[in-house]
Design a protein around this ligand. Structure first.
Ligand code: SF4
Length: 111
């Protein structure tokens, strides 16, 4: 499968998963395309579309919590920011993703 067709497949699948969670793809098309391409590359290498912005570790359990879309595992944090870490997904009401700050779990008191 080509990179482009795999990106389209992931886009289709992810849309179905994140929609009932109240999320959508970022309106920043360039960022979306870049991140999906990174995920296809990670999937080629590891067999799984891991998060492009989180490091893999020797801890398999931790790694499974950063398989995209990882929203269910980090829901409280992402809901507070209205975005996921990478910014691939944002809350449905977001029109300006650049206005959303990254806030740490600690700052939010979620630790
Ligand atoms: S932070 Fe976003 S892009 Fe990264 S795995 Fe989680 S949902 Fe996917």
């Amino acid at each position: 499968m080509s990179i482009e067709s795999r990106k389209q497949s992931l886009h289709f699948f992810y849309s179905k998963v994140v929609d009932p969670l109240g999320y959508k793809f970022t309106p920043d098309a360039e960022l979306m395309d870049f991140l999906l391409e990174q995920e296809v590359t990670l999937e080629d290498k590891h067999g799984t579309p891991f998060c492009p912005c989180q490091p893999l570790t020797p801890d398999r359990t931790r790694n499974m919590r950063i398989v995209c879309p990882c929203i269910p595992f980090h829901r409280a944090h992402f809901d507070a920011m209205k975005r996921c870490w990478c910014g691939l997904f944002v809350h449905k009401d977001v029109t300006d993703p650049d206005s959303l700050p990254q806030v740490s779990v600690k700052e939010l008191g979620l630790e």
